[in-house]
Design a protein around this ligand. Sequence first.
Ligand code: ATP
Ligand code: MG
Length: 267
Amino acid sequence: MYTIVLATQKGGSGKSTLAIGLAVAAQQAGHKVRVIETDRQGTLTKWQARRNAGEPIVEAVYDAKMIEPRLEALARDGVTVCVIDTGAGITASTTAAIRYCDLCLIPARPSVADIEATAPTLSVVRAWRKPFAFVLNQAPIRGGHRISDATSALDADAPRDIAEVLAQPFIMMRNDHQDALAAGLGVSEFDTDGKSAQEIKSLWRWTAGKLAGDHVMHEAGELKDASEHSDLEFPIMLTPPAEEPKLPVARVYPTWADNGIDWKAGL
Ligand SMILES: Nc1ncnc2c1ncn2[C@@H]1O[C@H](COP(=O)(O)OP(=O)(O)OP(=O)(O)O)[C@@H](O)[C@H]1O
Ligand SMILES: [Mg+2]
C-alpha cells in the first residue's frame, strides 16, 4: 500500500481539495483507495455524506497513535492507496501521518508568503526523511509572473533541482474544484473531460510515478511491481538537514522504502 499525505500548516491551501481529487483519480486508475481524515474540521467526512457512491471510504482518525495501526489494517485489507488529509497547523496527527507516509505532498498557492509558510511542515518531512513534493494549487490562469516568483521562493528554500520537488502539472484555480466538493464528487467525476479533471488525473500519474521510482507505472497492477525496481534512485530526495535528526526511524510495516532503496541514492 502506498500512503500519500497532504500536509501544510497553512490553512486553505488545498489539502482537502487535492486529497479528494487524488483519491478519486487513483480509484479511477484502478486502485482500492481509502481516505483518512485527521482534521476535525471534517471537510472530507462532510464531502462523503453528500456523495452517492460508497467509495472511496473516508475514515476519521483524530488520535495520532491510531494512524499507524489503521494503516497496517488497511494494508492487510488490500487497500493499495491511502490518502491522508491533515488539518492546518503542525499537530501530533499531522506529524504521525508524515512519519508513516510514502510521499508527502505540500500544497501551496503560488505566492511567496504561502511558500514560506510551508517551512515548518517541510522541516517535519525532512526530520523523517520522507520524499515530498510541492503542489502549486489555485494557480491563476493568467499569472505567469506570480508562479515564477513563487517557484523562485521555493528555489531559495533549499531544493537543488526545483523540477524534482515541484509536482506537475500545477493545479489552476477553477470553480470546478469547489462545485465538485459541494456535489460530493471528485473533480474528475464532475466534468470528466474538463481541464481540472485532466490536471488532477495528470497529477495522480505524476504522483504514482514518484511512488514507483519515476517509472511509468500509473495503473494499479503496475504500481505493485515497484519493488522490482529497488535499485533505482528516488529523485525527489533532497539534501538532508545539516544535523541528523534524533527521531527514531522505525517502521513496522513495509513500504516501497523498505525494498532496499537507499534514501540517499538520489543525492
Ligand atoms: N484549484 C482550486 N481552484 C479553485 N478553488 C480551490 C482550488 N483548490 C482549493 N480551492 C478552494 O479553496 C478553499 C480551500 O481549499 P481546501 O479546503 O482544500 O484547503 P485546505 O488546505 O484543506 O484548508 P484547511 O487548512 O482549512 O483544511 C476551498 O473553498 C476550496 O474549494
Ligand atoms: Mg482541509
